[in-house]
Design a protein around this ligand. Sequence first.
Ligand code: FAD
Ligand code: LAC
Ligand code: ZN
Length: 464
Amino acid sequence: VTEHRLLAELRQAVGPAHVLTEAGQVEGYVVDWTRRYRGEAVAVVRPGDTAEVAAVVRACRAAAVALVPQGGNTGLVGGSVPRGGASAPPEGQVVLSTRRLDRLEPVDVAAAQVTAGAGVTLEALQGHARAAGLQVGLDLAARGSATVGGIAATNAGGERVLRYGVARAQVVGLEVVLADGTVVRRLSGLVKDNVGYDLAGLVVGSEGTLGVITAARLRLFPDPPSRAAALVGVASVGAAIDVLAALRTRLGGLEVAELMERTGLDLVRAHLALGQPLAGDHPAYLLVEAAGSTDQATALAEALAEVAAGGALDAVVAEGPGERARLWRYRDAHTEAIATLGIPLKLDVAVPLAVLPAFLDEVSELVAARPGVRAIAFGHLAEGNLHVNLLGVADADADQTTGEVLGLVAAHGGSISAEHGLGVAKAPWLALGRSAADVAALRAVKGALDPTATLNPGVIFPEP
Ligand code: FAD
Ligand code: LAC
Ligand code: ZN
């Protein structure tokens, strides 16, 4: 009975055409990108503006049905799809898809900012900024589907953090529908605004647990006229860190430093039928990119020659969008190539660079002790951010294995979730990354802003 009243209210709120309930219609919204997580949805609702989002939130709260905000559904920790557990009634949860909130305002060139609806894809935003002579300071391989709201909600990192910082550094303001259906709007674009708590900053990285983001105001940057990338083959991860250190002091315009290993690169080569990128075959590879107003290809080549110090460094420098894209394919296809081998345990972690090689050795030992398991690690080297993908882990051993790897991360003073969030995947390990006082403060914030646990229960905080 409650369910039918809720459905009627949702139809009233967003129009019947935007309340999806048939299995075929909801399928793409109830399974996550990795295919590890799947749940039941009472309905998928697709509101078209902020007032409709607020009406949906109020209806779900009144019916005591949990609401799962969803953008592009590219999240890798299971937070964007409905789930079972104590908070989910058998008929499921409501998925609120933001994809119709796709309004792009004109770029404010003088402020170098833009306001975008939560459902705008990163790729659309990038094109919009470029047309105004500016660029977005954030990029990631899921750009075609990942949305502005999802990027803010996960505090996404990606491939340009080295120069521009994580999503939090891009967000100047947000419009958010809180769990009680009220709307907080901070889209003035004022970078200096110290009136009370930074509510937008708090919602960034909250993974849909504190509010539904309906729009974001983002910083933009000049797009330097010269850009060049290089792929460098090295003998070890330690050597890759040495090259990074040398480039840091030599290249003011360094934007990218991505780490790959031979296993991952070979997998991508097989998946996309690509040739060997360098003359030789190497245990590790570093993809770097620099941008600036002077000739970056020359600067990069000279810096690499200095790093080699007369020795032999196997590297290729690429200029122009086509050549650079050729190198980027080896990097950006990693997640997709790994997914063809099954559903991996995906552990997105960060450790200080000084202990990163030791950490990887320890992961190798842990893997060697598990016959049939293999690890593919790659990631954003400058932040010590590794994506450890473990293939072949039995379901019964998944929690044990996750706990052991995250335990190593914690022992090294690292972060158990560098950029993807905790979602439901890592919620059970929340306390491994934070002190008891810290977790209590996090719970107090959640309890104050969403006392009925309407928004994304089971995400960040483990279910009892
Ligand atoms: P979704 O997957 O839909 O949702 C993610 C989380 O945010 C969920 O908890 C959801 O409830 C919440 N959420 C979504 N929209 C809203 C909203 N409007 N209001 C409130 N909560 C919301 N991530 C990185 O950080 N760096 C990378 O380099 C990177 N590369 C990737 C590459 C590939 C191939 C893939 C598949 C994923 C990658 N990701 C990366 C992960 C993912 O793309 C990011 O987490 C992205 O920010 C998610 O955006 P989305 O719109 O798809 O969000
Ligand atoms: C990447 C995702 C997995 O860096 O975060 O490709
Ligand atoms: Zn990443």
